[in-house]
Design a protein around this ligand. Structure first.
Ligand SMILES: Cc1cc2nc3c(=O)[nH]c(=O)nc-3n(C[C@H](O)[C@H](O)[C@H](O)COP(=O)(O)O)c2cc1C
Length: 248
């Protein structure tokens, strides 16, 4: 018999969270030009600002970019870098790569650069003594918060990383200590795909979870057969696939 756990979200709350996680997509092809209301945009930023950060460093800043000329210069940086990237692939794979749409810089109504101020909080940030890059990890968590919140608000987000960071930093007048972690395109969309665009276009597939779970060291399968069985049985992320806390 199960007792209600007061710490656990209700079924509908959990379903909402899982839906945002399941149905979040990286969007490049489906942007609409419709403007985003300021209060919605601010909710996205507030969600990012609620992320965990090493030593409560909060190393993020958010640069909103609606200026078309500036977006054109960023698109030019993308085009140069994408040409270089395309040369990594030959024959059919190269042709496939060039057919992919990998940014929505001009089609989306707003671009957002999320940066990491590597000096915020002074030289000794609690928890950052051993792993210097924990500031960047923190910014990535903020980005994921924003991405999931955007999905819940019906907004698409596309992360463009095919950019020369030095040229981008110059275009955005970033101080030396500020690193541009993510360049995001944000906007309403004609549709959300039901699976990653790269999967739909045959580039790469989601790996089976069971192949990625180890126990007590790399390459060792869990000895508890019920974990492997639960992975086998579980379908898409949802409350129906989660029985919750195991009771005695
Ligand atoms: C750090 C990072 C960088 C990415 N850079 C790009 C990019 O430059 N262009 C692009 O089209 N997608 C980019 N993506 C999106 C991934 O291709 C996408 O997340 C992945 O294919 C899974 O699809 P989904 O996000 O729709 O589930 C990036 C994603 C991450 C997390």
């Amino acid at each position: 018999m199960s007792t209600e756990d007061p710490n656990r979200f209700s079924v509908s709350e959990r379903e909402g969270l899982f839906k945002a996680i399941r149905e979040r997509r990286d969007v490049r092809s489906e942007f609409l030009a419709d403007p985003i209301a300021p209060d919605v945009l601010v909710r996205l930023l507030r969600a990012a600002h609620h992320a965990p950060s090493v030593g409560l460093m909060q190393p993020w800043d958010f640069i909103l970019i609606d200026d078309v000329e500036l977006r054109r210069s960023v698109k030019a940086i993308f085009d140069d870098e994408n040409e270089k990237a395309a040369r990594n692939y030959q024959n059919d794979r190269g042709a496939d790569y060039r057919r992919l749409k990998l940014e929505g810089i001009l089609e989306s109504p707003i671009n957002l650069c999320v940066t990491c101020d590597r000096s915020r909080g002074g030289p000794h940030v609690l928890g950052r003594n051993s792993i210097f890059d924990t500031d960047i990890f923190s910014v990535c968590l903020g980005i994921q918060n924003l991405w999931l919140t955007a999905r819940a608000e019906g907004l698409g987000v596309g992360w463009v990383s095919i950019l020369d960071q030095t040229r981008l930093a110059t275009a955005l007048d970033l101080p030396d200590e500020v690193y541009p972690v993510a360049y995001l395109c944000i906007g309403y969309v004609s549709e959300f795909r039901d699976r990653p665009e790269l999967e739909a276009k045959g580039w790469r597939r989601r790996l089976p979870l069971g192949d990625l779970v180890h126990a007590n060291g790399w390459g060792r399968k869990p000895t508890d057969p019920s974990i492997a069985a639960a992975i086998e049985e579980s379908g898409p992320l949802s409350t129906s696939a989660s029985k919750g806390r195991v009771s005695g």
